[in-house]
Design a protein around this ligand. Structure first.
Ligand SMILES: Nc1ncnc2c1ncn2[C@@H]1O[C@H](COP(=O)(O)OP(=O)(O)OP(=O)(O)O)[C@@H](O)[C@H]1O
Length: 268
């Protein structure tokens, strides 16, 4: 399996009338001519705030349409799916329906606006992903991710570590082949961190895991591949071992420091 991004551009229109000049509508650049590719394994996307990491994840998860360029998903030797504005206009959203079943996207959420309980939501998700024995699978995940104590809690009341663990369990329920995580360790408690590490160290064989993080270098050390972003573009990408071989310490953190033209350290 492989994902290939070609010349992706994504701009956001600035909606705040106070910051918008009267005639020229201003745009924020999310992605600018972004090209790269990844194969099975864990890919960690690094970059400073505003580099475009979340935008890349949203486009790849097909929750956002790129303005230009395309994403190709090589699912098997014979099956390839394209995601682009052109494809969407020509064939509608059904053109990416094979992806909807296999992608799980976990956004960077601080709170959920939903009064369903944890248990109900996991069962519903298992059913929507057409998991066999969906209730059993939901209970399995509920227990494994330490959610039994909050099973009857409405989602809007979940906070901190429990919320993060719920999101991870929810995302894994359908055994996704493409697992996309935006800042998964932010707000995660030690139990969740240990469970996430376990999951990342023993992944399904045929899975692409795409993780964005701004500063969790311990997470980045688990990567098979790295993408370094800056100003909406891909500045470097490749195998972690090759990229870090050039620095004395041989770690992602040391490599990342040598790549800084942005103020990673000064921000701290
Ligand atoms: N909804 C939005 N409306 C307007 N501009 C946006 C929106 N979302 C992102 N942007 C802008 O797009 C650029 C890239 O943002 P993005 O969130 O993708 O970067 P990031 O690397 O994930 O940073 P962060 O860690 O701060 O989320 C930034 O300039 C940001 O301000």
């Amino acid at each position: 399996m492989r994902i290939e991004w070609s010349h992706i551009r994504k701009c956001y229109e600035i909606s705040d009338a106070r910051t918008r000049p009267a005639r020229n509508q201003m745009k924020n650049i999310g992605l600018l001519d972004f090209s790269a590719s990844v194969s099975e394994g864990i890919t960690v996307v690094l970059g400073p705030r505003g580099a475009g990491k979340s935008t890349l994840l949203r486009v790849t998860a097909t929750v956002m349409v790129p303005d230009d360029g395309n994403v190709l998903y090589q699912l098997t030797d014979k099956e390839m799916v394209e995601w682009s504005r052109g494809c969407l206009m020509a064939s509608g959203i059904s053109s990416v329906s094979p992806l909807k079943q296999i992608i799980s996207y976990i956004p960077h959420a601080k709170q959920l606006d939903n009064d369903m309980t944890v248990e109900q939501s996991l069962i519903l998700q298992a059913r929507s992903k057409r998991v066999l024995r969906s209730r059993k699978r939901a209970m399995e995940l509920l227990t494994r991710w330490g959610l039994a104590g909050v099973r009857h809690t409405p989602l809007y009341q979940l906070r901190g570590g429990a919320l993060k663990r719920f999101l991870l369990a929810h995302g894994l329920i359908g055994k996704p082949r493409i697992w996309i995580l935006d800042e998964p360790t932010e707000g995660l408690d030690p139990l969740g961190r240990a469970l996430l590490w376990q999951e990342l160290r023993h992944p399904s064989k045929d899975r692409i895991t795409l993780i964005a993080t701004e500063r969790d270098m311990a997470l980045a050390e688990l990567a098979d591949q790295l993408i370094l972003m800056e100003c909406g573009q891909c500045r470097r990408h490749g195998k972690r071992k090759w990229l870090t071989a050039g620095v004395k310490e041989g770690t992602v953190s040391a490599w990342y420091r040598t790549m800084q033209t942005f103020s990673y350290q000064q921000e701290r």
